[in-house]
Design a protein around this ligand. Structure first.
Ligand code: C5P
Length: 400
């Protein structure tokens, strides 16, 4: 799926060593379907040439506000009117200061002031420069003016110092841009998601779990933030990073057992949509041993199980009483996907369910799903879990 198809992006490059990464960024934006027009400051050209950027984008680069290639000689107006977004990466401390004051003494700063489209900037500078009160003032002013800041992040800097001020990696900036263009169909909505496996203790060192990676639930969390929602992600034991986007924050609670997941979910039951994506253990060990179970002298080991609470069914009951949340369940089936998924939706008492053939999708980046509600069923995939998540969010938003 090409996420930036036909999006017209002015990629502004200012003077900083991170400018060498702008070449990769331009390539990634184009690969994702965007039309990229590069505008460079004089200082940027000390770090990377206009020829490089022209070769990568297939378009002449603009560097001068007196450029006579534009018919009416108003490159600052023409370029900004023709853009859906201006993205400046890297954005130097100097350019941040200029933009925050509305100064416009070169093409890039002038077209930012003349723009009628959103502006995203990816600051990049030495950590002392970033932490300086003057730069922090610029950042605050820009935020107040509605400019979005992507990063900076921490790490080793070109000058050898280590700290905050590094530009986000091109792939991270690309993700931010893709997220920026998602329609905000869940603006102001509170979304609760369970994800990953659960772990039921047998003794202090052993337990029973499953192969769920958590990737589908985390993808839904990301897609929900992209769509403008406030997201609470309740994760079973998995090794995934919480999706990080400048446009919104995911609150994450890490839990181990199904009972803990149940408690965390019920504590956050006041939400608009509940996605039960976790592969929750149906059973827990009746009385986990206090000490490690030793092998000596045993010919067999009996474990007694009792049922775990069904988190989704409980939330569905709350939804019946209160009118919300809108509950979306997941069903990993090994056969008769359509029939089993439809039957499970009714049994759980929920309006929508997403079926897939498991466990082959466990850990994979890709999935194929069948989304079933009372009136329709829709197949999506094979597609990336993030793509499926975005389509699912779009569908759910229409049902709210
Ligand atoms: O009944 P089954 O486990 O197949 O149902 C799967 C759906 O129910 C998933 O959405 C899963 O997250 C949810 N579930 C739950 N609590 C349980 C068992 C399953 O929320 N104890």
């Amino acid at each position: 799926m090409i996420s930036l198809k036909n999006k017209r992006i002015v990629l502004g490059i200012s003077g900083g060593i991170a400018a060498y990464k702008s070449a990769e960024l331009a390539r990634l934006l184009i690969q994702e379907g965007a039309q990229v027009q590069v505008v460079m400051t004089d200082a940027a050209q000390e770090f990377i040439t206009a020829v490089t950027m022209q070769a990568l984008t297939g378009k002449p680069v603009f560097t001068n506000q007196w450029d006579s290639r534009v018919d009416n000689n108003m490159a600052h107006i023409e370029l900004s009117r023709a853009a859906d977004l201006i993205l400046i990466a890297p954005c130097s401390a100097d350019l941040m200061a200029k933009l925050s004051l509305g100064l416009c003494d070169d093409l890039l700063s002038t077209l930012c002031l003349a723009r009628d489209c959103p502006l995203l900037i990816a600051p990049a500078m030495n950590l002392q420069m970033w932490q300086h009160s003057a730069t922090q003032r610029s950042a605050q002013r820009l935020l107040t003016d509605g400019v979005s800041l992507l990063g900076p992040t921490s790490g080793v800097q070109a000058c050898g110092e280590n700290g905050i001020g590094r530009m986000l990696e091109p792939s991270e900036i690309l993700e931010e841009v893709v997220a920026f263009f998602q329609t905000k169909v869940l603006q102001g909505k509170r979304i609760l998601i369970t994800a990953g496996p659960t772990f039921e203790s047998i003794d202090p060192v052993r337990g029973i779990t499953n192969h769920s990676s958590g990737k589908m639930g985390f993808a839904i969390a990301r897609a929900a933030v992209e769509a403008g929602a406030e997201v609470h992600l309740i994760a079973g034991p998995c090794h995934l990073q919480t999706p990080l986007l400048s446009s919104g924050k995911i609150i994450r609670s890490d839990v181990l057992s199904a009972q803990q997941m149940y408690d965390a979910t019920l504590a956050s039951k006041n939400c608009d949509v509940f996605f039960a994506v976790a592969a929750v253990a149906d059973w827990k060990i009746d009385k986990p041993a206090q000490q490690k179970i030793k092998r000596q002298g045993k010919t067999n080991l009996d474990l007694r199980f009792s049922p775990n609470p069904d988190i989704l069914s409980e939330m569905a009951k709350i939804a019946k009483q209160k009118g919300k949340p809108y509950c979306v369940g997941f069903a990993a089936e090994s056969d008769r996907l359509g029939l089993n998924t439809k039957e499970k939706r009714v049994r759980k008492g929920i309006p929508m369910i997403v079926g897939n053939i498991g466990p082959s999708t466990f850990g994979s980046e890709m999935n194929s799903v069948l989304i079933v509600d009372a009136s329709t069923s829709k197949s999506i995939g094979p597609a990336s879990k993030l793509e499926i998540a975005r389509q699912l969010i779009a569908l759910v938003s229409k049902r709210l």
